[in-house]
Write a protein that binds this ligand. Structure first.
Ligand code: PMP
Ligand code: GLU
Length: 402
C-alpha cells in the first residue's frame, strides 16, 4: 500500500507554494507533449536567443579554462564590470566589494531575505508583486505585508500608502520597476517621493528589483538608490535574464552596503558556492559589449505590446491599461466573473486561466498568484503570429461565456 509520506516534509516547505509561473509553463509543456497545440504566454522569458557575441565569449571562456569555482561573490572581472555598469547606467556607487553575483536574481533576493529577516520582521511588498517574493519572504521567516494598487492607479503604490504600512516591525520594502506582472514603471519623481518616506525610517531597507531595466519604453531608467537620502538603505537587484535573453544561464547580481554584501556571500557560500565560472566570464564582457541586440529586443517588445493591446481591448469584458515596460500585460477580467458557458463558470482568476488553457489551449497565469485575483498575466515575449492566434482563440472561447 502506498503511504503518503509528504507529512514528513518540513512545515516550512509545506507552507510554501509552488511557483505559479513555472507551474503553468510546465502544464503547457506537458499538454504539448500530449500533442496539443498549446501557445504558452505564461512564463516571463524573452523568446529570443542569447546574442551571438555573448555565446562566443562563453565558448572562449570555456577554452580558456574558466571551469573551476570562482570566488563566492563572483569573478573579480565581472564584479568590476557590474560596478562600472551601475555607475555608468544608473548613477549608483557600488564598489566591487559591494557586489554579489548569484544564480539568478531569484537567488539574489533569497540571499537578501535570508540575511536580513528574523521571525516577525515585516516586508512591505508592493502588490501586484512578482510571484516568488511572497514565498521567498515567508521561507526566510519574514511576514509579507501587501500594499496594493489597482488598475485605476496604473498599479503603482503611492507614498501615502507606503507610509501607512510602516510600523516598528517593518524591515524591508520590496518592489520591481519595471514591474512584473503589471509592466508599470515608476517615474523619477514617483521614486523620489517614495524615497522621501523611506528616508524617515533608519531601520528600513528597500530592495529595488530592476531586472527589467532594459525593457523600459519611457526612456531613461531610474534606480531608487540614486537618491542620496536612501543610498545606504538601498539594495539594487539586477540580472542578465531579461535584458540579455540569458534566463538559462542563471546569472543575477546585487549592489548593497558592504556588511550586507558580505552576509549574502556567506549565505551563498553555504548554499551554492556561487554562479558558474564561464557564464560569469561571458557576462563580464556582455556588460561592456554591443547593446544592439538588447535594443532590438526592446523594439520588438514595444511593437508586440501595441499588438496585444489592440487585440485584448477588442475582447468584451476585459480592461487593460497601457504598461510602460517589461513584457507583460495584466488585464482586469472581473467583469467576466459569474459568466458561464453552460458547463464552466468563471468565478476568479484561477478559473479564468484554467478555462483559457483547457478551452483555448493558451497558457496565461492567474492574477491571484501575483496578489490580484481580478486580473491575469499574459507574457507577450512570443512571436507575433502566436500572439495573434492566442488572442483570437481567447476571444472565441470567451464569447460563449454569458
Ligand atoms: N525579479 C523579477 C521581477 C522577475 O520577473 C524575475 C524572473 N525572471 C526574477 C527577479 C528572477 O530572475 P532570474 O532569477 O532569472 O535572474
Ligand atoms: N520571472 C519569470 C516569470 O515571472 C520567470 C519564471 C519565474 O522565475 O518565476 O515568469
Amino acid at each position: 500500500m502506498a503511504i503518503d509520506k509528504t507529512k514528513y516534509l518540513s512545515k516550512k516547505l509545506q507552507n510554501m507554494s509552488e511557483s505559479a509561473t513555472l507551474k503553468m509553463a510546465q502544464k503547457a509543456r506537458d499538454l504539448r507533449a500530449q500533442g496539443k497545440d498549446v501557445i504558452s504566454l505564461s512564463i516571463g522569458q524573452p523568446d529570443f536567443d542569447t546574442p551571438e557575441h555573448i555565446k562566443e565569449y562563453a565558448k572562449k571562456a570555456l577554452d580558456e579554462g574558466f571551469t573551476k569555482y570562482t570566488p563566492v561573490p563572483g569573478l573579480p572581472d565581472l564584479r568590476e564590470a557590474i560596478s562600472q555598469k551601475f555607475k555608468r547606467d544608473n548613477n549608483l556607487d557600488y564598489s566591487k566589494d559591494q557586489i554579489v553575483v548569484s544564480n539568478g536574481a531569484k537567488q539574489t533576493i533569497a540571499n537578501i531575505m535570508l540575511s536580513l529577516l528574523n521571525p516577525g520582521d515585516e516586508v512591505i511588498i508592493f502588490t501586484p508583486y512578482w510571484v516568488s517574493y511572497n514565498d521567498i519572504v515567508r521561507f526566510a521567516g519574514g511576514t509579507p505585508v501587501f500594499v496594493k494598487a489597482g488598475i485605476e492607479k496604473d498599479f503603482k503604490v503611492t507614498p501615502d500608502q507606503l507610509e501607512a504600512a510602516i510600523n516598528p516591525k517593518s524591515k524591508i520594502v520590496l518592489f520591481s520597476s519595471p514591474c512584473n506582472p503589471t509592466g508599470s514603471v515608476y517615474s523619477h519623481d514617483e521614486l523620489l517621493a517614495l524615497a522621501k518616506v523611506i528616508d524617515k525610517y533608519d531601520n528600513l531597507f528597500v530592495v529595488s528589483d530592476e531586472i527589467y531595466e532594459h525593457i523600459n519604453f519611457l526612456g531613461k531608467h531610474t534606480s531608487i538608490g540614486e537618491f542620496d537620502i536612501v543610498k545606504d538603505q538601498t539594495i539594487t537587484v539586477n540580472g542578465f535574464s531579461k535584458g540579455f535573453a540569458m534566463t538559462g544561464w542563471r546569472l543575477g547580481y546585487m549592489g548593497a552596503p558592504d556588511w550586507l554584501a558580505k552576509a549574502c556571500a556567506k549565505v551563498q557560500g553555504q548554499f551554492t558556492s556561487g554562479a558558474n565560472a564561464f557564464g560569469q566570464k561571458a557576462a563580464a564582457e556582455a556588460l561592456s559589449g554591443d547593446m544592439g541586440p538588447t535594443q532590438n529586443m526592446k523594439a520588438a517588445f514595444l511593437r508586440r505590446k501595441e499588438l496585444v493591446l489592440s487585440l485584448i481591448n477588442d475582447i468584451p469584458g476585459i480592461t487593460c491599461n497601457n504598461p510602460d515596460g517589461a513584457f507583460y500585460i495584466f488585464p482586469n477580467i472581473s467583469k467576466l466573473y459569474g459568466r458561464s458557458n453552460g458547463l464552466l463558470t468563471i468565478n476568479n482568476s484561477n478559473d479564468f486561466s484554467n478555462i483559457i488553457l483547457s478551452e483555448a489551449h493558451v497558457a496565461v497565469v492567474a492574477g491571484a498568484a501575483f496578489g490580484d485575483d481580478q486580473c491575469f498575466r499574459l507574457s507577450y515575449a512570443a512571436a507575433d503570429e502566436q500572439l495573434v492566434e492566442a488572442l483570437a482563440r481567447m476571444k472565441d472561447v470567451l464569447q460563449n461565456f454569458k
